[in-house]
Design a protein around this ligand. Structure first.
Ligand code: NAD
Ligand code: MLT
Length: 529
């Protein structure tokens, strides 16, 4: 497996990958876009921080890519939808730098309150001035936290240690979470009105871009302090500059910028403003955090390589790893069923139903359904369909997916039935596990019993004496050896189905000969990879 690292990542954290002989790890910092486009096609995984834009264009060159590993929490530099459409897993490291970001929030807040940067510069320049650097305390002030997630929560606890009153605006958390952190959950408007310090800790997305704009600054207390250690753009930067310039805001501390590195005039002015404390996106830059996130993403790459469930994928539903281990044989079974039926059913299916009977139905069967869907769709798409993009591709194709479960099962301890509805009628296939091996036990309404093999031949015809002999002769003439044969029929002399396991593929010419020789209703060679 080839892994490219395009942003600075802790060496210590990459040791896991460096030690694995199966991995070729290439650290390529500072590549131009054009160079990265040229090289990315060689790689199976990319490790980045916020410095690399993993956008649709880059992904269009990433013909072998299976994983985007973001060594940090924010995924706003990754086009997750474009990755999902290509079946590329996106993972992040959501926990490793939380503490670092919370401590940096406190660092820039305190630096702003106590004029640390200016006093430091003044003393180093040989002056001894104290009065201009008189600061203000946090004690008994009100902090408004927007977004009480992992970082926001830690900031709240630290602010409480400074004896601050903490208000929170976060429409997605329970009142209990706010209480647990010793905070008061309020509406945004109230937080804006009551806070002496406002600190944002939400992700950057369509809802939070420009969450704090000029109309909010108008509502704030005179002399309010503003902190952004989350993402540039959550606070509108032009409005921030205006509020500093007209004196409404006494000071502001930013670690993050809508453009990194910043080059616009607004950002240059904002950064240069004397009442602004600034850092170049250092929230996660501690040795501890950088090691943590690098280890986290390295583990995910090893999980991918070992076929184990990834833990922090942002574009695959997260399933309990123990459940996934139990589900694995059923996922293999459903993949066989999906692959098999996709080669037999008429085109343009409008609906697929997955029915689970027996013990398996007591569990969440969604991972099995997604695995079955991927197998079913793989032949109808020129791109690889996997658990990441199967649901998206089904949606795009207008395929309705249904799932039903019942712990009752007549003959088998577990049974999975797939039914495809097409304009030419519906097709059903059902399978079970026998001593851990997939068995197909039903096709259409025929009861049958065979172990799927790599090369198979499925035929239906009106049953009459001598037909099996003819089939054997034609296959023999085509030098196709029969390994096993399984017959299913409803009644003597009625329609029958026969499934042959054969040692080599059956070509189209032989299929046509067979069809003509026995007047078959249906003949299809099936290949399972
Ligand atoms: P998180 O997902 O744990 O928490 C985000 C919180 O924001 C959640 O509680 C969520 O409910 C809330 N939220 C979402 N939309 C909201 C909205 N419209 N209004 C109010 N609240 C909303 O994320 P986290 O790990 O705590 O990270 C928070 C932010 O900090 C992210 O933007 C992340 O990228 C950033 N971060 C920056 C650095 C840095 O280096 N400066 C380091 C780590 C994290
Ligand atoms: C993050 O999203 O984790 C942080 O912004 C840190 C970073 O990657 O620089």
């Amino acid at each position: 497996m080839k892994v490219i690292v395009t942003d600075e990542i802790s060496e210590k954290g990459l040791v896991l990958l460096q030690q694995d002989e199966r991995i070729q790890l290439d650290v390529r910092l500072g590549l131009s876009k054009a160079e990265l486009y040229r090289q990315i096609g060689d790689y199976d995984a990319i490790i980045t921080r916020s410095g690399t834009q993993v956008d649709a264009e880059l992904l269009s060159h990433a013909t072998n890519l299976k994983m985007v590993a973001r060594a940090g929490v924010g995924i706003d530099n990754v086009d997750v939808l474009a990755a999902s459409e290509r079946g590329i897993i996106v993972v992040n490291a959501p926990f490793g730098n939380t503490n670092s970001a919370a401590e940096h929030t406190m660092a820039i807040l305190l630096a702003m309150c106590r004029n640390v940067a200016d006093a430091n510069a003044s003393l180093k320049s040989g002056q001894w001035q104290r009065a201009p650097f008189t600061g203000q305390e946090l004690k008994h002030k009100t902090l408004g936290i927007i977004g009480l997630g992992k970082v926001g929560g830690r900031v709240a606890l630290r602010a409480r240690a400074f004896e601050m009153e903490v208000l929170v605006y976060d429409p997605y958390i329970s009142e209990n979470r706010a209480k647990d952190f010793g905070t008061e959950l309020v509406e945004l408007e109230e937080l804006i009105r009551r806070s002496d310090v406002i600190s944002v800790h939400t992700p950057l997305n369509e809802q939070t871009r420009g969450l704090i704009a000029s109309e909010h600054f108008d509502q704030m207390k005179e002399g309010v302090l503003i902190v952004n250690c989350a993402r540039g753009g959550i606070i509108e930067e032009a409005a921030m500059l205006a509020a500093l310039e007209d004196g409404k805001v006494a000071g502001s501390a930013f670690d993050v910028w809508s453009e990194e590195p910043p080059s616009s005039e607004i950002l240059k002015k904002l950064i240069a403003h004397p009442r602004m404390v600034v850092t170049p996106h250092l929230g996660a830059n501690t040795f501890e955090a950088q090691t943590n996130v690098a280890i986290d993403v390295s583990r995910e790459i090893l999980n991918l390589l070992d076929g184990k469930p990834v833990e922090n994928a942002v574009n695959i539903a997260r399933f309990d790893p123990d459940l996934m281990t139990q589900m694995r044989p059923f996922m293999d079974l459903v993949a066989v069923l999906g692959n098999f039926i996709s080669q037999l059913a008429p085109e343009n299916p409008g609906k697929v139903s997955f029915r689970y009977n027996g013990k398996i139905a007591a569990h969440d069967c969604m991972p099995i359904t997604v695995a079955g869907l991927a197998a079913l769709l793989n032949r109808s798409s020129d791109q690889e369909v996997n658990m990441v993009n199967a649901t998206l591709i089904a949606e795009r194709q207008g395929l309705i997916v249904e799932q039903s479960r019942s712990t009752e099962s007549e003959f088998f301890s577990n049974l999975i039935t797939l039914t495809l509805e097409t304009p030419k009628g519906s097709r059903t296939i059902a399978g079970t596990l026998f001593e851990g091996t997939p068995k197909i036990v039903k096709m259409r309404d025929f009861t049958i019993d065979f172990t799927p093999e790599e090369h198979m031949l499925v035929m239906t015809y009106e049953d009459r004496p001598g037909l099996i002999g003819k089939i054997g002769t034609i296959l023999g003439e085509a030098e196709v050896n029969i390994g096993a044969m399984n017959l299913g029929r409803r009644a003597k002399g009625g329609e029958a189905i026969v499934v042959f396991s054969v040692d080599s593929p059956v070509d189209q010419e032989t299929v046509t000969r067979l069809s003509e020789a026995i007047g078959a209703n249906y003949v299809q060679a099936v290949q399972l990879s």
